[in-house]
Design a protein around this ligand. Structure first.
Ligand SMILES: CC(C)(COP(=O)(O)OP(=O)(O)OC[C@H]1O[C@@H](n2cnc3c(N)ncnc32)[C@H](O)[C@@H]1OP(=O)(O)O)[C@@H](O)C(=O)NCCC(=O)NCCS
Length: 396
């Protein structure tokens, strides 16, 4: 017998369109293609802000004054150096380990080095956020070097967040234009409301687990190819296709087979993703700067063919998402393909932390509760009478 225990009239598969909380951190207006961090349009922040200032904004709800900003940057610099024990642990990992798996385990290890890990006050949580934002680029860069048989490069506190990350990756101070371009990418990826990884972080925080546990779980969610892992898959797709003139046949064959085209589509946007618009221009600009326009041209062609073919097949529009053009941007910056999603994590760390803090210290009423959705049990129902449990020896 199957007994449905659901009280819900309809199921919301994937929780699409289900509102579970109020948030003041980030607003996505999917119909209009508008993305807002704490009341600031993303395009304004891209034009005028920096990743560090945007991080202050996301964490504190307002822009800093000069003194606050200097103090904030100094605090971020303080936490760039990661515990030696974690660097030692990198040395014994298999060099084939994916950087996202490595990052997830290292972020989890950070909890053990934080003497205030169980302090659930707001200041202690803000401190944890600063540690996490600062340590993430150091960990990603250290693994990149160690897996390539090189020594990690110590952070340079005279450099900003993006420039220092590139410096720790390569051992050379980056060109200011490249550092600025990466800074723009970090601003664009810093938050995106209740996406899968942020919801994961909030869900873990709702159990009163600490921030390290919440963001470790978020890293796990981010690595999937339907979420942050898509940027790596876009690059693999570009490399597999190989040339702009091969795009049409490749895309049509994939769509005809019912496959998804990575970097296309979004759960919320029903028009252009504003982040993709900025990244598309950046990708083109980098192509001219490096003298290799192929990656941008191919990405454009994939977008156009997917849109045309998708409309022909389904009678509706599809648009590129943030991962379509970030792939060629990172590639043209010389970043290894399997580091693309870790770069996403470098940026999104502040968003996760801001949401964990909001989850733990929400002013909204009613206060957030532990997340606990329901599911319909569709298996056999045996009530309190028990089932026919056969001892192992009696089962044929
Ligand atoms: C992001 C994503 C998971 C959103 O999924 P979603 O909310 O289920 O998307 P929608 O409900 O709008 O999908 C509607 C239809 O478009 C199809 N579709 C969505 N994205 C597609 C893609 N990239 N390629 C081909 N078809 C796609 C779906 O299969 C669905 O088809 P159906 O109506 O025949 O069932 C999805 O677009 C996707 O998988 N994209 C590729 C991975 C990616 O780039 N992820 C990064 C997201 S930022």
């Amino acid at each position: 017998m199957v007994k449905n225990n659901s009280s819900a009239e309809t199921k919301n598969i994937g929780l699409r369109g289900v509102t579970v909380a109020d948030t003041k951190i980030c607003g996505i207006h999917g119909e209009e293609g508008v993305l807002i961090y704490r009341g600031f349009n993303i395009n304004v922040l891209v034009r005028s802000s920096t990743y560090e200032e945007t991080s202050f904004l996301l964490l504190n709800g307002r822009l800093p004054d000069k003194q606050e900003f200097e103090q904030f940057k100094a605090a971020l610099s303080r936490y760039r150096q990661v515990p030696d024990g974690i660097i030692q642990s990198l040395r014994i990992k298999p060099r084939t380990a994916h950087p996202m798996d490595v990052l997830q385990s290292c972020i989890s290890m950070l909890a053990g080095y934080d003497t205030k890990v169980r302090d659930e006050s707001r200041p202690a949580n803000v401190e944890k956020a600063l540690r996490l934002i600062s340590a993430t680029p150091t960990l990603v860069a250290a693994w990149e070097r160690i897996r390539n048989g090189q020594e990690p490069v110590a952070p340079d506190n005279s450099l900003g967040h993006a420039a220092n990350f590139l410096y720790m990756l390569t051992g050379n101070a980056p060109h200011p234009d490249t550092a600025k371009d990466l800074d723009i990418c970090l601003i664009l990826h810093a938050d995106h409301s209740f996406n899968a990884s942020t919801f994961t972080a909030r869900s873990v925080a709702s159990t009163r687990a600490h921030m390290y546990a919440a963001v470790t779980a978020a890293i796990g969610a981010l690595m999937g190819e339907l979420h942050g892992g898509a940027n790596e898959q876009v690059m693999r797709m570009l490399e597999e296709i190989g040339a702009a003139e091969k795009v049409d046949d490749w895309v049509k064959a994939r769509l005809a087979a019912g496959d998804k085209i990575m970097g296309m589509g979004h759960a919320v946007y029903r028009t252009n993703d504003p982040r993709a618009l900025v990244l598309e221009q950046l990708s083109e600009r980098l192509g001219y700067r490096t003298g290799e326009t192929k990656w941008h041209r191919m990405s454009r062609r994939i977008e156009e063919t997917t849109r045309e073919e998708f409309y022909r097949m389904k009678g509706k529009e599809i648009y590129p998402n943030v991962d379509m053009y970030s792939a060629s941007v990172y590639h043209q910056m010389g970043i290894a393909t399997d580091l693309f999603t870790p770069v996403f994590a470098v940026s999104r760390m502040v968003g996760w932390c801001a949401h964990v803090i909001e989850e733990k210290f929400a002013e909204a009423q009613p206060k957030p509760a532990i997340y606990r959705p329901a599911a319909d049990y569709t298996g056999h129902y045996c009530g309190n009478e028990g089932c026919d449990y056969l001892p192992l020896d009696d089962r044929s």
